[in-house]
Design a protein around this ligand. Structure first.
Ligand code: PLZ
Length: 456
């Protein structure tokens, strides 16, 4: 972790926690009232302060409060907000041209991002890539490509999975509220399978890997038929579902099964990708080489960009003109991606993510020993979480989770929640987070756990 920061957010942005008004402060409160009038109700808010600037490990609001950022815009600004190379790349590109449509007249930036994706993703086979605008769009296209290649229909997904908010990806996402409720009917041929969730596996964590794998294989064989399955789509760590690291052996077992049955294995690395977990991609932790990999979020330092990368013969299955979209791989977003990737490599943000995990996980385990509301501490690298339960049970405690998050927000630390049961606090700091801010955020979190009455 860097104590002295690159010019993220402008070098002048002090790396400190500072709460100088009520949260939200008066200017944020005014904007919130306008937001309520102008913006649709369906858009949620985690922390109702309006941001003025951000960089390194902090977000500064319009009232001058400075928050330690443990969210990174949901795992997007891995390189920090307004990272130097991103800002300069974008400035140059936006002044040269803003859009042509890659399908009309191409430009080098798109090709360079594809080359980088082909180089950085796991596996040394021949690869190709295509670019899109959002994670959901990448997942949709991975399914299109897998179906085109296999000439099969069925898609296998998992409990606690999250893949987006479009119609197909809503069908693929597990959780009803808030993502799906009232928005059906959903796309067909999507089949949900058990996930090897160690903390909640009925016969204990040690059995989660082999038993879940056996259950998935049996269900696919009996309920769908392996020959009908185009793709198995899985997040190497379930993100929105609660930072669930599947039991060891589960992902490699799925990969073997997919290979043996001509099924395209798609790793959805939209949240886990680009150094977040202490590897460039989370599949690497168990040596899994997916056939296709979807990326977004961390790829472009905050600009909207997404990709599908994979085996050249699979990527080339769709006919000419079968893939595309007006904005996919927009030149400004591509310039940002090249800047973000350069930052990750130059600053060894893979190592930085590992260092963040090495600092956070022991501190959180120490808290778990003192605060019985913490049932589980898990994660990899800078993607870590705690799951809150009624002490001594597996009963989820979403109320305590919300209370701890609210305490942190009042104290100037932005934390996010997650989980099928709404009882997971998740931490996704920018990988350029200064160590002293991380320690300060952990101290606030400890105070939050101490202050929150548990349900027992
Ligand atoms: N796949 C694994 O994590 C996005 C969702 C935020 P988009 N996760 C954050 C929200 O509530 O909408 C995500 C993901 C994984 C796909 C997606 C979808 O990516 O860029 O939000 O479409």
């Amino acid at each position: 972790m860097t104590e002295t920061l690159p010019a993220a957010g402008g070098p002048s942005l002090p790396q400190e926690r500072r709460v100088i008004t009520a949260i939200p402060g008066p200017k944020s409160a005014d904007l919130l009232a306008r937001r309520t009038d102008a913006c649709a109700r369906g858009l949620g808010t985690t922390l109702p302060v309006f941001v003025e600037k951000a960089g390194g490990g902090v977000l500064v609001d319009v009232d001058g409060n400075s928050f330690i950022d443990l969210g990174a815009g949901i795992a997007v600004v891995n390189v920090g907000n307004s990272a130097d190379h991103v800002v300069h790349g974008v400035q140059e590109q936006v002044a040269a041209f803003t859009h042509t449509c890659f399908m009309v007249t191409p430009y080098a930036g798109y090709v360079e991002v594809c080359e980088a994706l082909n180089r950085l993703t796991p596996g040394d086979h021949a690869k190709k890539s295509a670019l899109f605008n959002s994670g959901a769009e990448a997942v949709e296209n991975a399914v299109k490509i897998a179906r085109s290649y296999t000439k099969r229909d069925a898609v296998v997904v998992f409990e606690h999975g999250y893949h987006g908010r479009t119609n197909l990806t809503m069908a693929m996402t597990a959780k009803n509220m808030p993502y799906k409720n009232g928005f059906g009917p959903f796309a067909g041929e999507v089949h949900r399978m058990p996930l090897a969730y160690p903390f909640r596996w009925p016969t204990g964590p040690a059995n989660a890997g082999p038993e879940a794998l056996a259950a998935v294989i049996s269900k696919i064989d009996k309920e769908i038929g392996a020959d009908n399955v185009a793709a198995i789509v899985i997040e190497p760590i379930a993100g929105e579902g609660g930072f669930i690291v599947p039991a060891e052996g589960f992902l490699p077992g799925l990969a073997d099964y997919a290979r043996a049955n001509g099924i395209v294995l798609v790793a959805d690395e939209v949240q886990t990708g680009f150094a977040r977990t202490g590897a460039m991609f989370a599949c690497e932790h168990e040596g899994v080489v997916p056939d296709l990999i979807t990326t977004a979020k961390g790829i472009a330092g905050g600009l909207p960009l997404a990709g599908v990368t994979g085996r050249a013969e699979i990527m080339d299955a769709p006919h000419v003109g079968g893939l595309g979209g007006t904005y996919g791989g927009n030149p400004v977003a591509c310039a940002a991606a090249l800047g973000a990737i350069r930052t990750i490599e130059e600053q060894d943000l893979v190592g930085a993510a590992r260092a963040i995990g090495d600092r956070m996980l022991p501190a959180l385990r120490d808290m778990a020993a003192r605060h019985p509301v913490i049932g589980d501490v898990r994660g990899r690298g800078a993607m870590v979480a705690v799951e809150l339960v009624q002490p001594g049970t597996l009963e989820p405690d979403p109320a305590a989770t919300a209370a701890v998050a609210a305490f942190c927000h009042q104290e100037g630390v932005l934390v996010l929640t997650a989980g099928t049961y709404g009882n997971v606090l998740r931490f996704l700091p920018p990988l350029v987070m200064p160590a002293h801010l991380l320690d300060e955020a952990l101290a606030v979190l400890d105070k939050a756990f101490a202050s929150v009455p548990t349900s027992r």
